[in-house]
Design a protein. Sequence first.
Length: 106
Amino acid sequence: MAQTMRPNPAAGGGLFATDGKPHPLQDTLLVVTLALGVLAFITGLLFHSLHLLSSWAGLVGIFTGAYGQWVSVTTRQRFGLILGLGASAVGFYLGLAHGGLFGGLF
């Protein structure tokens, strides 16, 4: 088990690129998914009147997270995307429970 304790020189100390290469698209999708997930979760949980914001932010966060999972390269990206996807989904469902995507227009 000595190989588990060996440092990885290819990581380069980067937070998201564990293979030592830059991944701007994947990192951008990760940040957008996390931001939308936090926004959807907080507005869906605490502010019932903002159901339009929470449901739409959650829906867009689900789609960006799903595409991010599809093109992700590293485990750290996938981990962050799963957190963002979960928060987006919970915010989306809370937004739907409080009024939906269209605010009762349909």
